[in-house]
Ligand binder design. Structure first.
Ligand SMILES: Nc1nc2c(ncn2[C@@H]2O[C@H](COP(=O)(O)OP(=O)(O)O)[C@@H](O)[C@H]2O)c(=O)[nH]1
Ligand SMILES: [Mg+2]
Length: 235
């Protein structure tokens, strides 16, 4: 079974623990110790694949710690949570995302943006459009308004980030496979004509040497991306 490490990030009180516990255990916790940082496991099937999710519900994001750097490094996907009742919580996410991208050293990090507590219409200070705007600024990061209380869009958000991880891993392994095939071809092309019955044939050696650049060229022929189509089949 494949392992997926997911990290839930966001300011204190936005509902990280409530969203996580609702997803993992299917219950709504009215009050949860804000200092508790815990990891949960859940096994689910997504697109016919058994997945073992390890979800880290973080706490105390106000200060940067070496610990946080470690779990961001090992995390494969991220849920970035703000509360629609707290304007500052969305601002805090901008810095958090920067931190994730810096530690990961890439812009291509599986993540979703969550505007939680969408059931609290009367206390709402951030609109759906505010969330959409941030998602656009982040290069169309998938955005969900959620309610941990009513389990609105909670499963959807987690499944979305797992699918992103799957797609990324499929693309990476397709690329590796292609590289391996190219290397194999290259080795075959340079080896075979040289040795005949254990003797080195001088004529063949020079032929093989002159052939090498052509062999290289055909091995990286972009017209034959054999395994590339694989990365699209997982959607
Ligand atoms: N109405 C409502 N309250 C929520 C929701 N999610 C969390 N809360 C409440 O917000 C408070 C903080 O939630 P918590 O999960 O502890 O936040 P965390 O500090 O980000 O882990 C708790 O009292 C929760 O019951 C939600 O979707 N709707
Ligand atoms: Mg918490």
């Amino acid at each position: 079974m494949r392992d997926y490490k997911i990290v839930v990030l966001g300011a204190g009180g936005v509902g990280k623990s409530s969203v996580t516990v609702q997803f993992v255990q299917g219950v709504y916790v009215e009050s949860y110790d804000p200092t508790i940082e815990d990891s949960y496991r859940k096994q689910i099937e997504i697109d016919g694949r058994a997945c073992d999710l390890e979800i880290l519900d973080t706490a105390g994001v106000a200060q940067f710690t070496a610990m946080r750097e470690l779990y961001i490094k090992s995390g494969k996907g991220f849920l970035l949570v703000y509360s629609v009742t707290d304007e500052n919580s969305l601002k805090e996410l901008l810095a958090l995302r920067e931190q994730v991208l810096r530690i990961k050293d890439t812009d291509n990090v599986p993540m979703v943006l969550l505007g939680n507590k969408c059931d609290l219409e009367e206390d709402r200070v951030l609109s759906i459009e505010d969330g959409v705007k941030v998602s656009q600024d982040w290069g169309l990061v998938p955005f969900y308004e959620t309610s941990a209380m009513y389990k609105t869009n909670v499963d959807e958000a987690f499944i979305d980030v797992v699918r992103q991880i799957m797609r990324k891993e499929a693309a990476i392994s397709a690329e590796k496979k292609q590289q391996k095939e190219q290397q194999k071809k290259l080795q075959e092309n340079t080896k075979s004509p040289i040795e005949i019955n254990g003797d080195i044939n001088k004529e063949k050696v020079s032929e093989a040497t002159t052939k090498t650049p052509r062999a290289k060229q055909s091995a990286i022929d972009p017209a034959k991306p054999k395994s590339q189509s694989k990365c699209c089949t997982i959607m």
